[in-house]
Design a protein around this ligand. Structure first.
Ligand code: PMP
Length: 442
C-alpha cells in the first residue's frame, strides 16, 4: 500500500508503535523501547497511566466537546484553578490551547493587545535568544533562534532580535565567575532594548532551561533575576517558555521557581497532557488580564479546540498524579541519580564535553575535542548517529545540534518519565553510553 501519511511517520521508514507499557513503547514486532526522552519531553507519566486512562474514559462517557464560544466545562475550570494555585506570584489567568506553538503564539498576541489597551501602541517588538526554540507557527518561529528552522520562512516572519543565550559551558570566560557571566549576558537584553528604543519593545521570551536546541541547558544563578530587573525597568513583559521544562520536568512544577522570579506570562504544553491528549496553556498575570478586561473586554484570539474537555480531563489527571503521588521530589531524586550515573559512565569519555540539567531533564553535549570544546563537523551528524544506534538498542533519546550557524555542538536530550525506576536508569545510561561510544568511534 502506498504511504498517505504526510509528515514524519511514514510507513516503511519507521517502526509502527502499537502499545505502551510504563516507561516503554512497543512496536509491531514486539520490540520494546525505553522512552528515555518521553518522545520530546512529553510522556512524563509513561505510556499506560491507569488514572489518566480512567479520567479520559469518564470524560468521554460524560461529554466529549463543547465549544468555548457557548460553554465552559468543569474540566477546564478545575484545570485553570489548579494551575493558578501552584503558579508563581501574580499569575492569575489561564488560556487553554492545544500545544506549545499555540501557547507561544497566544503569548505574543496577548502582549501586543495588552500594550494597545494601556495606550502604548508603539510597543510591538519581541526580543528572544539565539539557540532557542519556541514553536513552528510563524509567530513562535520568529521568536525562536534556531537559524536552520527559520531560514526558508524568513520573509514570512515578523522581525525579532536575538541576544546571546546563557550558555556557561561554552561562553563563560576562564577568569569570569558564573555570576559575573550571567550578569554580562543578561545585560545584552538591556543593550538590545536601548538599541531598539525602549518604547517599542513589548516582550522578552526565553526558556528557563533550554530544551530542543541545546540539551537541557539551565541559566546560571542570578541570570533571570537580572533579566526580570531589566524588563521591569523598561516596562517590557517577561514571557517564560516552559513548554518543555515545565510541569515538573525539573523537579518543580514550574522551572522558574528555581530561578526565583515570577514572569508576566508562562507557556506550558507537553508534560501538561503527558501525551495522553494534545494540550497547552498560556498563563498570564492578573495585571495583563485586568487591563484587557477593563479595555476592550476580551482577548482577540481563539481556536476551535481551545479548552477541549478531553484534553483538560487528561491534564487534570496528570496534575493530580504529579502533585498527589509525590512525583516532584521523586523527579529531583531520580534526576540526581541519572546525573550521577551519566557522569560515572561518560564524564571521562574523550568526546563528552558537558553533562547537565535539572531534575529529569538532562543533556549530554558531545564535542570533537574536550580541551578546546570544538564541536564535531556538522556533516558527521553525530547526534543523529547516537539517536539511531540507541534506537537500535531499544532506547529513545532526543538528538539535536550541529548543523547550522548559531547552533553549537551535538546534544542528546534525556527526559524520561517521572516514574522511571533505578534499574531503568541503569538501562538508559548503559544503552546511551554504548551508542555514544559507537557513534564517535567511526
Ligand atoms: N516551546 C518550546 C520550549 C518547545 O520545546 C516546543 C516544542 N519542542 C514548543 C514551544 C512548541 O510546541 P509544540 O510542538 O507543541 O507546538
Amino acid at each position: 500500500m502506498p504511504d498517505h501519511v504526510f509528515g514524519r511517520s511514514t510507513r516503511g521508514a519507521l517502526p509502527v508503535a502499537v502499545a505502551g507499557d510504563g516507561c516503554y513503547l512497543i512496536d509491531r514486532e514486539g520490540k520494546r523501547y525505553l522512552d528515555g526522552s518521553g518522545g520530546a519531553a512529553v510522556s512524563c507519566l509513561g505510556h499506560s497511566d491507569p488514572d489518566v486512562r480512567a479520567a479520559l474514559h469518564a470524560q468521554i462517557d460524560r461529554l466529549a466537546f463543547a465549544h468555548t464560544g457557548f460553554f465552559t466545562t468543569d474540566a477546564a475550570e478545575s484545570l485553570a484553578d489548579t494551575l493558578v494555585a501552584h503558579a508563581p506570584a501574580g499569575i492569575e489567568r489561564v488560556y487553554l490551547v492545544s500545544g506549545g506553538s499555540e501557547a507561544v503564539e497566544a503569548a505574543i498576541k496577548l502582549a501586543r493587545q495588552y500594550f494597545l489597551e494601556i495606550g502604548e501602541p508603539r510597543r510591538h517588538r519581541v526580543i528572544a535568544r539565539r539557540q532557542s526554540y519556541h514553536g513552528n507557527t510563524l509567530g513562535a518561529l520568529a521568536a525562536g533562534g534556531n537559524a536552520w528552522r527559520r531560514r526558508q520562512f524568513a520573509p514570512l516572519m515578523v522581525e525579532t532580535s536575538h541576544i546571546a543565550p546563557c550558555y556557561e559551558y561554552r561562553d563563560r570566560l576562564p577568569e569570569e565567575s558564573a555570576e559575573a557571566y550571567g550578569l554580562r549576558v543578561a545585560d545584552e537584553l538591556e543593550a538590545e532594548i536601548q538599541r531598539l528604543g525602549p518604547d517599542t519593545v513589548m516582550a522578552f521570551i526565553a526558556e528557563p532551561v533550554v530544551g530542543a536546541t541545546a540539551g537541557a541547558l539551565p541559566a546560571v544563578p542570578g541570570y533571570f533575576r537580572r533579566i526580570r530587573e531589566i524588563c521591569d525597568r523598561h516596562g517590557v513583559l517577561l514571557i517564560l517558555d516552559e513548554v518543555m521544562c515545565g510541569m515538573g520536568r525539573t523537579g518543580h512544577l514550574f522551572a522558574c521557581e528555581e530561578d526565583g522570579i515570577a514572569p508576566d506570562m508562562i507557556t506550558i504544553a507537553k508534560g501538561l497532557g503527558a501525551g495522553y491528549q494534545p494540550i497547552g496553556a498560556l498563563l498570564a498575570s492578573g495585571r495583563i488580564y485586568d487591563a484587557i478586561a477593563a479595555g476592550s473586554g476580551f482577548f482577540q484570539h481563539g481556536h476551535t479546540y481551545m479548552g477541549h474537555p478531553m484534553a483538560a480531563a487528561a491534564a487534570n489527571a496528570v496534575l493530580g498524579a504529579i502533585l498527589g503521588r509525590g512525583l516532584l521530589p521523586r523527579v529531583r531524586e531520580q534526576g540526581a541519580r541519572l546525573q550521577s550515573a551519566l557522569e560515572a559512565a561518560l564524564s571521562q569519555h574523550p568526546h563528552v564535553g558537558d553533562i547537565r540539567g535539572r531534575g529529569l531533564f538532562r543533556g549530554v553535549e558531545l564535542v570533537a575535542d574536550r580541551e578546546t570544546k570544538a564541536p564535531f563537523d556538522p556533516a558527521l551528524g553525530v547526534h543523529r548517529k547516537v539517536k539511531a544506534l540507541a534506537f537500535e538498542a531499544g532506547l529513545i533519546c532526543y538528538p539535536m545540534g550541529g548543523t547550522i550557524d548559531g547552533q553549537r555542538g551535538d546534544h542528546i536530550l534525556l527526559a524520561p518519565p517521572f516514574i522511571i525506576e533505578d534499574t531503568q536508569i541503569d538501562e538508559l545510561v548503559s544503552k546511551l553510553s554504548g551508542a555514544i561510544r559507537q557513534a564517535v568511534a567511526g
